[in-house]
Write a protein that binds this ligand. Sequence first.
Ligand code: FAD
Length: 286
Amino acid sequence: MKIRDILAEGKTTLSFEVFPPKTADNYRSVEEAALEIAKIGPAFMSVTYGAGGGTSQYTVQIASTIQKAARVTPLAHLTCVSSTRQRVKEILTELKENQIENVLALRGDIPEGGPLAHDYQYASQLIYDVKQAGDFCIGAACYPEGHVESANKTQDILHLKEKVEAGCDFVTTQMFFDNNILYNYLYRIREKGITVPVIAGIMPVTNVKQIHRICKMSGTYLPSRFKAIVDRFGDNPAAMKQAGIAYATEQIIDLIANGVNGIHVYSMNKPDVAARIKESLSQIVG
Ligand code: FAD
């Protein structure tokens, strides 16, 4: 099913993300984790794509398993920065052969030393090509705090508009830990005429290493309420996990209460985390 049709039903949706294995050795464990998460009954599940494209076949395989074995709608991520037009064509053909209808079209992070290929500069070019390639439902990334490379938030929103004009059907946000940042962003993008559904990306932070990595990579703002949790429970993995899940769940409840219907959880191949969030929302999300 196309995600745009799921979103058009107007119900609250809860979806989860998994990442593919880096090597064949880990394939089975990732597949098992994905199938466990699928049992929770998400609206859809996304499968990330290794930036260099080296693990692309696993993205397609895991997405296909989610669809065929678990009967959950998959969303396959696809990055373009180090890819050629020819390679993109091949992957889109594989997706079609596997009846995968949803693609999250991304640029990907530019590798140190520069991109491995130069066919694509921005995600909007990939969106255009995916649109031309067939009847895909296309998603894109957006950044409530602005993308790290963008000069300012206004420029970033104008570039988001280019992605929507190129043919994207919905956007999923980068993680954020203060809902007011999203509410302000929604106001700003709607003001610029971007009307596609926005799915809020929520990261349950379950260990301290994760939070250090997030801050280094994307400069995400951490509210003092969140920092206090990390300070108090950072050295106690079980407590940190419980508090991280509770924080993410509270964020989700506030978002839904304020009319944000699409919630995407960066569940990082952790079925227990996904299940605990779903359980805490059992009367809130159908
Ligand atoms: P773009 O939309 O191309 O934007 C990149 C930068 O270029 C921005 O600063 C933008 O403002 C600027 N820009 C865009 N168009 C123009 C223009 N015409 N002129 C000048 N500047 C312009 N990475 C992975 O490797 N694999 C994944 O599976 C993956 N999944 C993700 C899922 C989500 C929901 C999110 C939010 C991110 C994901 N990423 C993933 C990370 C993403 O690839 C990086 O954040 C990357 O740096 C930007 O990708 P983009 O698609 O947003 O790029």
